[in-house]
Design a protein around this ligand. Structure first.
Ligand code: 5AD
Ligand code: SF4
Length: 424
């Protein structure tokens, strides 16, 4: 979602006549788009702002024009007016729902501007339409989260759940398809919790999107386990445009830890959702997020996570050391786990997840998949395509096929990438 926000901010400002520069020293407008889900993001942002303040004042002296500097996103929301006290060179502080106001703010940069309100989704209607063509269209359908997991800052920084109107979403998808998008990815902190007007659901959005001939692939992230409805699960078997992947964060394999995380599902329920998904579509794969070292996590709790990871078998999952976040209940819990234990557990879990990913990637060698070419590769003659499981495949001499779907036979692979040949 943050990457999406960053792209929308830059495309909006380009439409208002601004240009990208490579170095902050050449910029008249400096914006830091911030995330605070993990780590001490705010500390990092304020030390970066300290460095940028010097660059800003040097340029102002040189050009005799004001340089405008501000922060956008979750750290802005978290710091509020305090941000101006910590860094006097700031001109604006905008929460994740307010960045559409940037063009207006740039017209009057001398007045410090603060807006960290989360009460509406007006930004989506206020943002100018995307005008550059991309193979993949990322479409946020809801923001915020009502689950209130005890470790998570999202309900505080992005607010309670708000879903966009389905008509607005469909208009945006039609527009993206018109510009050349072949793949749509629905985004949301709790994407399968989407509830539009008249009870419209993510399944309704997928069904409507699949009717657009230009759109060939659809996926969504990130899902909450118990919001996987039977209708959505069944769709994985009936809608061929829906990619065979579901990101279904489990976070921990210990019932006791899940309870303290305020994730009120049991493991049998989670496993049964995966079994139903796999029964709907046998080639479907699951990825997940895990947190190690949550307060009070014992060796036995951690081993339960390892056991379930071994039992389920994931592709492309993420594991994180628990990090204390402000405004969260877990930050106040007793039995915080020492850093060295977190590191050992992370290494163990990462080792298993990486091995699962490598084994899955290598199991695809010799098979052919329809892949979407969506990026340039590192070498001048290389491009990157994505399989239906989102792994990158490096292809040679296919620059002319950028933005197209091609059949690719996988020839080799390791943990992070595949190589393949285009089959005519
Ligand atoms: N510490 C570590 N990981 C966290 N996540 C969210 N909050 C924290 C935290 N305080 C992870 C979760 C979530 C992913 C986006 O970030 O695994 O699914
Ligand atoms: Fe955070 Fe996800 Fe829990 Fe919502 S469901 S509170 S976004 S971890």
């Amino acid at each position: 979602m943050n990457v999406y926000d960053g792209k929308r901010i830059s495309s909006m400002l380009i439409q208002h006549g601004l240009k990208h520069v490579e170095n902050a020293a050449d910029a008249d407008v400096i914006i830091l788009n911030t995330c605070s889900v993990r780590e001490k993001a705010s500390e990092k942002i304020f030390s970066a702002l300290g460095r940028l303040e010097k660059i800003k004042s040097k340029r102002q002296k040189l050009t005799k024009r004001p340089v405008i500097m501000g922060i956008v996103g979750c750290v802005a929301r978290e710091s509020g007016a305090n941000a101006f006290r910590r860094q006097r060179a700031l001109n604006f502080v905008l929460g994740p729902q307010s960045y559409h106001k940037l063009p207006e703010i740039l017209l009057d940069p001398e007045t410090p501007y603060l807006d960290i309100d989360l009460s509406g989704l007006e930004k989506f209607n206020a943002l100018p339409a995307v005008h550059e063509s991309t193979a993949v269209g990322y479409v946020p359908i809801q923001e915020g989260c009502d689950h209130v997991c005890t470790y998570c800052i999202v309900p505080y920084t992005r607010g309670r759940e708000l879903s966009r109107d389905m008509m607005d979403i469909m208009a945006e998808i039609e527009h993206l398809a018109h510009l050349g998008a072949m793949e749509i990815c629905f985004l949301g902190q709790n994407v399968n919790g989407y509830r539009g007007p008249n009870g419209k659901t993510l399944a309704d959005l997928i069904r409507e999107t699949a009717k657009i001939p230009a759109i060939k692939r659809i996926w969504y992230t990130s899902s909450y386990p118990t919001e996987m409805t039977d209708e959505l699960i069944a769709m994985h078997g009936t809608e061929p445009k829906l990619l065979p992947i579901v990101h279904l964060p489990l976070q921990s394999g210990s019932p006791a830890v899940l309870k303290r995380m305020n994730r009120p599902y049991d493991l049998n329920q989670y496993i049964s959702i995966i079994e139903k998904l796999r029964a709907a579509r046998s080639d479907l794969q699951i990825s997940s997020d895990f947190i190690v070292g949550f307060p009070g996590e014992t060796d036995d709790d951690f081993n339960e996570t390892v056991n379930i990871v071994n039992k389920i078998g994931y592709i492309n999952s993420f594991s994180f050391k628990y990090s204390k976040r402000p405004h969260t209940a877990a930050a106040l819990m007793m039995d915080q786990i020492p850093e060295n234990i977190k590191s050992v557990r992370l290494k163990t879990l990462d080792g298993i997840l990486n091995e699962q990913q490598r084994a899955f990637n290598q199991s695809l060698i010799g098979k052919t998949f329809s892949c979407l070419i969506d990026q340039n590769g590192k070498l001048p003659n290389q491009v990157i395509a994505r399989t239906p499981y989102m792994q990158p495949v490096i292809l040679d001499n296919a620059k002319h096929l950028m933005g197209k779907l091609v059949n690719v036979k996988i020839t080799s692979g390791n943990k992070s990438a595949l190589r393949g040949d285009i089959i005519e």
